[in-house]
Design a protein around this ligand. Sequence first.
Ligand code: C2O
Ligand code: CU
Ligand code: CU
Length: 449
Amino acid sequence: AGDYQPFTTPLPVPPLLENLSTDPGTASFSLTAQRGKSRLVKEFLTPTMGYNGNYLGPTIRVRNGQKVHLNVLNKLDQQTTLHWHGLHVPAEFDGGPRQPIAPGTSWQPKFTINQQAATLWYHPHAMGLTGEHVYMGLAGLFYIEDEVADSLAIPKTYGVDDFPLIIQDRRFFQDGTLAYVQSMMDVMHGLIGNILLVNGTEWPVLEVPGGLVRLRLLNGSNSTIYRIGFGDGRRFLQIATDGGFLEQPVGLTEVLLSPGERAEILVDFSGDTKGNGPGLVVDQLPGGRHEAMRFQVGPAPSTSFALPEKLVTLDWLQEKDAVQTRTFSMETFSQSGPLAINGKHMDMNRIDEKVKLGTTEIWEISNLSTGMMQMPHSMHLHDVQFQVLDRNGQPPEPQERGRKDTVLILPGEKVRIIARFEDYTGIYMYHCHLLEHEDRGMMGQFEVV
Ligand code: C2O
Ligand code: CU
Ligand code: CU
């Protein structure tokens, strides 16, 4: 011990699983949830969980229109599930708490990809166990590609100029084992770590080409919100939100991501001297500011990219088409105890909202937590990609004008979202994506009928 040098471990890039035949044949994938040991931090070998490996899981890449068959095997000693976060699929294949996979058994979801190119992810969702399972390492990325993505002259070669960055914070005991919830504070604030991991590694370094590079950022932490930027404050372009491309790139110096949210950004390394490069700086809310990883700039790429001014045309849902407005209040403390939505805790035997198939609705979500226990919450809906209509009555920032499945609601804020519930009937979840909140009841069920 003691010889550990920061920014020397190469950033691991999860293996890519794909079947990208353009004839939309069937792509089959297997994921096995298992225990393992992983070198997350310094010299320790930490007991972890992963899919097909020790920590995290492979990146699955499919195309819109493709049929997908999965075989999910649970080799853990506990129940688990596998949920496709952001994916529009029939309720029975959603992988929420209603589709448990008992230890030693497997689950075979099947669906046809029915949405545009996006960076989605998958993670377990068993009742009361989501936070712990994700914390131990169960999560992976799920990419959808399509013709529009093909046609854009942006970096798209996995692990060459297009990299996933899964950002998570963790806390460890002295012996290098992961320290999950220890106190009521960890529940109320959510688990906030003091060590930042990128793709399951502390202080990695990534060699990038000396040109335009695409980074797909996932806030894969349990409860921490991040502001992510570069050590030298350089500008970059955000090109995609949770559910796919923005209409046009948005110039920024930092992105704000609550747990579960994604952003794709384009960064230009052509002006950096070879061998050097900036750090990725992650400001934890709450917590501290960390240099999470470093980039080391290699030779200029052979491909040159024409930065598009227009990325896609989005189908904007109209307020006047909404048949209903529902209100949700995310309550840190409620009449019925802590961490509730509309004063209720998750009950698998209760349907909280019934939504008519094929209709558009507005959901007005407020975070009324005040005083000592001001807590941010992050609202996530299964089944749909929604749009943010307004935040405290103001139009959303340009980088929030895209397809979203998770939205940050700060204390005192009221956010209105609009969504169309189509194609599939059945029971789906909505919940706070601070996983310690979700596991303790800050979740409800909506049924599309
Ligand atoms: Cu990413 Cu219901 O979760
Ligand atoms: Cu989800
Ligand atoms: Cu919450």
